[in-house]
Design a protein around this ligand. Structure first.
Ligand SMILES: Cc1cc2nc3c(=O)[nH]c(=O)nc-3n(C[C@H](O)[C@H](O)[C@H](O)COP(=O)(O)O)c2cc1C
Length: 83
């Protein structure tokens, strides 16, 4: 399974390439309330250690897939709150 969050489309392109190459199922992570000002809201989340509510859209049943790859914005590396 290839799970990803993409605000402006770059990560989505890479995730699709990886899914094509590996045969893994794409799982799009979306913020329930889309960012209106990503810089301000992203900084607020980081500073307050908050994690936004998310939805994950998966096309298939991934029970049989042995590997999971996650592609997330760089600022989420510290908190990994989407995982
Ligand atoms: C909430 C949020 C916070 C971000 N914070 C940073 C950051 O602190 N430093 C940085 O270099 N990029 C930051 N980014 C930019 C992401 O790393 C960027 O979106 C990444 O290049 C993937 O691009 P994409 O949204 O087009 O898929 C942030 C993006 C988001 C959505």
């Amino acid at each position: 399974m290839v799970a990803y969050f993409s605000y402006s489309g770059n990560t989505e392109k890479v995730a699709k390439q990886i899914a094509d190459y590996t045969g893994g199922t794409l799982a799009e992570i979306e913020r329930e309330t889309p960012y209106t000002d990503v810089n301000e809201e992203g900084e607020e989340e980081l500073n307050s250690n908050a994690c936004p509510d998310i939805e994950v859209n998966v096309d298939n049943n991934v029970d049989g897939e042995s590997s999971r790859i996650a592609l997330l914005p760089i600022s989420f590396q510290n908190q990994c709150c989407f995982l």
